[in-house]
Each structure stands twice: as structure tokens, then as C-alpha cells.
Design a protein around this ligand. Sequence first.
Ligand SMILES: *Cc1c(COP(=O)(O)O)cnc(C)c1O
Length: 576
Amino acid sequence: MFQQFKDSSENKHESIAYFTMEIGISHSVPTYSGGLGVLAGDLMKAYADLKIPVVCITLLNEKGYFHQKIDPQGNQIEEPVNWNPSDFMVPLPNIVIINIDGREVKVKAWKYQVHGITGNNLTVYFLDTNIEGNSDYDKTLTSFLYGGDRAYRIAQEMILGIAGVKMLRSLGYNIKKYHMNEGHASLLVIELLKEMQNRELRDPSPNELEKVKSKCIFTTHTPVAAGHDRFDTKLFKTITNNYVPDIMLKKAQHDNQVNMTLFALNYSHYINGVAKRHGQITKKMFRGFHVDSITNGIHPATWISKPFKSMFDKHIPGWPVDPFSLRNALSIKKDDFWNAHQQAKKQLIDQINTRTNSGFELTRFTIGYARRFTEYKRPSLLLHDIDWLKAMAQRVGDIQIVFAGKAHSQDTRGKELIREVFQTAQQINSQNCKIKIAFLENYNIQLAKFLVAGCDVWLNNPQRPYEASGTSGMKAALNGVPQISTLDGWWLEGHIENVTGWSIGPHQQDPEFSNDYDMKDEVKDLYEKLEKVIIPTFYGDRDKWVEIMKHCVAINGSFFNTHRMAEQYISNAYID
Ligand SMILES: *Cc1c(COP(=O)(O)O)cnc(C)c1O
């Protein structure tokens, strides 16, 4: 099944198709909102590197997600992103037609090539409805990632799942396995069934459903209820033009809503969560399904900073195709490690100072926090007791903190949290104290690269158990940056106290782990570790600090990467 080949456009047989609503493949192709899309992009790069016959289907999102600006009061302003698909991809002549709400909608595709570091290419097809002959409204159906109303979203999921399968046929692909990244792609199941039934409208037989199931794989990405798509049944039936057989619809319904996650779960022979604990939580959320877990990873060649790349190239040749060899980072000289980090840090400090004029300094201890702003991730936790923080800086040394992140346009609480952090930063910076805070606008892949490599410590403090995995801390670890985090998501697997970083709050074996834990206790834990352990080590014990940095690479960088992740998907999910 995994015979290697040079160009997937020449070999369209026995492939795996990966369906995703968003993909973050390059900072200049803004078709992603955050972690989910970046992960999809990283995984496709690993498949390209490993010469696995995978083809990817996604939507064009030609107006992107949004460009974030922050006004002087800290309000998020969302602007459309203008980018030109033809700068990066090639339009194809193929057109497929699907029926949305009784209308015939034409869908075309753009071909984008991911160049693997071993010279192999992988193709991503971006679906597009902005075609002559479609109504003005239908032309916008592939414009906005997570934009529009519920009817718009159902239409987008029809395009991804149904038109996606039709497009693969039109291009001549013979697909063996269909991998749904999140529930957004679940409607592909129906299209596979219709193909099997020669498009007759009748209820599927158990045998037919089993056949469909044997081809489908489903990865779920969040234990947060709002992260699972649900649609009003009546609206769903109208927009899909009663395309989904009633018995299938019934099995995916609860509270008179169609749940797209249930849909995917019902018709997949392999289901996984994205970290060990997330797999267990998913099993509890959706009883009766066998749920495995494959812990996320990041694409090393994408996330390495230039100074670290030079150092690894010199000491561990071949590491980008064999990231497991990063275990050997322990043998690199301390001074080399420290100097490489200083260079990466200088690049970040320069970015911060040019963008915000905050007067950050290279020698000062710098904490980074960047990710989507939303309640459960608790972006303002570190600022909970500013007086304590100020007193701490007096006692143990200067502290610089850099924040970045967008809030979903409908997430009013997320936007409030941006205001809170932004206003606290303004307040603190206007006082003459030993703390400086910067908020950088428009968090994206490019900015993330500076942040994960240039900070001294990466902070992550989600409320348990809502962080399915988290990946930014893995990017930091690859660049020798230790993390301090609540024990949730991947950190339960990557944390060794004082070796790869630090924990906040109870451990898995503590009785209070599965209970709600008081936020104030976690703030206290965070402050006490910063004051008693982390900052004193940073300013006072260089040898110990560099030892921790090396272990981040050797223990976590060598493991939490997409090469390991890709190999697990291949052997656990793709091969029967
Ligand atoms: C890695 C990344 C994320 C995901 O970060 P988490 O730690 O998983 O929240 C989000 N946005 C961008 C731009 C990223 O590069």
C-alpha cells in the first residue's frame, strides 16, 4: 500500500485522502485559524517528506480567516485578508456540481504542491465556488473560514465532504482510506455511500454501511462542546436537500440537532483523540465507541529557528528527516546551545520593540504566551495578581511578558480577555516597575515562529481537561524553550519536573486532579514556581538552565513531531 512514488499527480491509485476545513501550510496562504489548521499543514509536510501517497482536500477560504488589529482600548478589529491564490496554486479545469438547498452549485479546485524535504511532492486541492454561472451568494461559499451563518456552514461542509469526493473522482483518484480531520468533513461518508448505491435514493443496507465504514478514519480535536458542529435538523434537511438517508440522520441526532461528530463516529472504523488523555475524555463524551489516541506533533523543519537549525545541522546531520536523532542534543556544548538561543531571542526582542516600542531587553527573563484567546485557555491567568507579580520582580529580577492571539469573531468572552490583557499591559508599562508586557497583534504562523523560539519560558495554563493536545509548547521544546503548564493535553506526556519544564496545579495521581481546582491555587502555584525555582535558575544557574533547554530538545523535540505522528497514523489507522 505504501509503495513510494515520485509525483502523486502521476500515481493516483491506492491513496489516502485527508479532508480538512482549514490548513496552515505556509504563512503566505492564510487559510487557517489556528492549531487545527497548522496541525493539518504540518502533517501534510511530514507525509510529503515520508513519501506517503496522501492527497489533501480543503476549501479555498479566499478571504482568509481575518487580520487582527487592536485599537487603543484593546478592542479586536477584524479585517479581511487579501491574498491571491494564483500566486501559490494552479486552477484546474475540472468542475463538479452539488445540490445545495435545491440549487446546482459548481465547484472547481486549485492545485497546491507541498514540497517534501526528500524531493517528493504532495498535492493539496483547494475547493472554490467563485465560478461563472454560480449565484453571487454561492460564489462566496468558499470565501470565509468559519464565517457566515448556520446555513452557510452546512453548505461549506457539503462542499468539503461531497464535492471533495466528487472532485477526487473527476481527477482520477482511486482512494483507499478517507481521513476526516474533525467532524466538518463527515458528509463525505454520504457521498461514498451514494457512489456504492449507484446514486439510487434508498436506505443503505448494513453491508453497504460496513463497507463505507471500512474506508473511513476520524480524528476528533476538542473536548469542548462548542467545538463540535451541531445543526438544527430542519435547517440541515433543507440545505442538504434531504440528501442524507433518514436512518443515518436519526443515528447522528440528539436534542433535535444533527451532530457532525456523531456522524463521523458512526461511520469510521478507526477513531482517535489527539493525546492520551484526550482519547479517554472522548470515550466518556461519546459512549459506545472505541477511541484510540495518537498524540499530536509538529513539523520540525518548519518550526526550527535559524540559529538552532545551524547548530543541529552541524552536530546532528540529517535530523530533519530523522527527528528522533534529536535525542543526541544532550551532547551539544553548553555554550553553543546558549548562544543559539540568544540569537533566536534577539530576533524576537527586535520584533517586539519594532512592533510595540516596549523597550524589551535581551538579558531579561522573558515569558511567552500565544494562542487563541478563549475562556478555557485562561490567557490572563498570569496577570491575576499584579501586585504579587511586581513584588516578585523586585525580589528575583526583571520579568518581560509577551502575549499574542486572536479571538473567534463570535467569542465575546475571548475578546474581553484580549482587552483585559491589553489594558493591564498599558497600565504596567506606564509605571516604572520591573515588569514589561507587550501584546503583539495578528498572531499567525510567521509571528509564532519568532515567539516559540525566542522566549525563555513558554506558558500554557488551560483549564483541565479542555486542552485536547496543544502544540505550541512542542514548537518551543524543539527550540530548547521549556514550558510551564497545567497538566493537560500533551503536557501530561511531555512534562518531567525541572527536566523538561514545570507543572501548574495537581498531578494525575493527586485526588483533586479530576475535580475542579481553584484557579487561585493554580495562580499561587505558578507564582511560587516562578519565584522560587524558575527565575532564580534563569538568572543564577546558567549550567542548570542550559541542561533543561537540552532536555526539551532531547526528550520532547525528538518525540512530539509529525514524523512519529505520521507513522502512528499509517500503522494504526491506514493499514488494515
Ligand atoms: C501552533 C499554533 C497554534 C496552536 O497553539 P496551541 O498551543 O495548540 O494553542 C495556533 N496558532 C498558530 C498560528 C500556531 O502556529
